[in-house]
Design a protein around this ligand. Structure first.
Ligand code: ZN
Length: 294
């Protein structure tokens, strides 16, 4: 880094650091079991990335949500874990994180095969727009408290990494030394296997939402890689290896305890909801039983 760049970086860091107390850091860190086992140097690097992330992205709470310092750190630490060994530059080109209190219902215009355009309204826990904001439900960000394979922040950040080459296809730009054909082979096989098992109504170790598309498979596999790496390595070892090459991390080595809860979220197709109001939050006591769109 050039001298001026280093100076700016340390000034930004200083300003951000002053906003958070040790207690904020401790409480945010305690919320996130997926950070267990990080080496002290990696801990410091992740904290620094989280501060720079909060400096670079505007956090926009909506629907009256009040965001505390602890909540900001909880979000930023999860967002920066995937780029811990890649650098924040992988998140360049977008500037906002919109934070809903809970699930939201965006309206999207969709064109059917017959050319008819209709408005889709589906409850979501997160969204990532190409060169646009990331939209998250705080209730789902806070679900990072459980290491169960579901992590909406990592999911949306994986979409952002996938979109670095302009296409959401489950293939983020590979690093030097990675083999695109090995990546494709590992992911195609695993995706086909998961789709077959979901179609057959079998229980799956990975969230069946991954069967939606190759892009969703990559995002859900990334959630599993950081939350329940032993389970992913057991079911799809080639995918686990490819992700370790891509993220340049080995959560499997640091999260050795194996004390994870079951990953499978039952796939229950929600009834189409007809809502008049855009972005109305949904309340549902049984959120874990829904196939959450993200
Ligand atoms: Zn997704």
């Amino acid at each position: 880094m050039k001298g001026l760049g280093r100076w700016w970086r340390s000034r930004h860091l200083e300003r951000e650091r002053a906003r958070f107390s040790d207690r904020d850091w401790e409480r945010a860190w305690r919320r996130l079991p997926l950070l267990a086992g990080l080496e002290p140097l990696a801990v410091e690097r992740l904290k620094e990335l989280a501060l720079l992330f909060l400096r670079a992205k505007t956090l926009e709470p909506v629907q009256g949500l009040r965001v505390t310092a602890e909540m900001e750190l909880t979000l930023a630490l999860q967002a920066c874990l995937p780029v811990l060994e890649l650098g924040l530059d992988w998140y360049r080109g977008w500037y906002a994180v919109i934070l809903y209190p809970d699930e939201f219902v965006p309206e999207h215009e969709v064109m059917g095969e017959d050319g008819v355009v209709w408005t889709e309204r589906e409850a979501r826990s997160g969204e990532a727009w190409e060169q646009g904001p990331v939209i998250l439900s705080w209730a789902d960000v806070d679900a990072g408290r459980r290491r169960d394979g579901y992590n909406v922040v990592i999911h949306e950040m994986a979409h952002k990494l996938d979109l670095r080459d302009g296409v959401a296809n489950g293939c983020p730009p590979p690093h030097a030394g990675m083999s695109a054909s090995e990546w494709k082979r590992a992911f195609s096989r695993a995706y086909a296997d998961l789709c077959r098992r979901v179609d057959a109504g079998e229980e799956t170790e990975m969230d069946p939402y991954a069967a939606e598309s190759p892009a969703e498979f990559f995002a859900v596999a990334s959630e599993a890689f950081f939350e329940i790496p032993a389970r992913l390595a057991e079911v799809y070892p080639d995918v686990s290896r490819q992700l370790a090459h891509f993220y340049r991390q080995d959560p499997l080595a640091r999260l050795r305890d194996g004390s994870v809860s079951r990953v499978c979220h039952k796939r229950i197709v929600e009834e189409t909801r007809k809502l008049d109001v855009d972005h109305e939050p949904l309340r549902d006591a049984d959120q874990d039983l829904k196939a959450r769109q993200r």
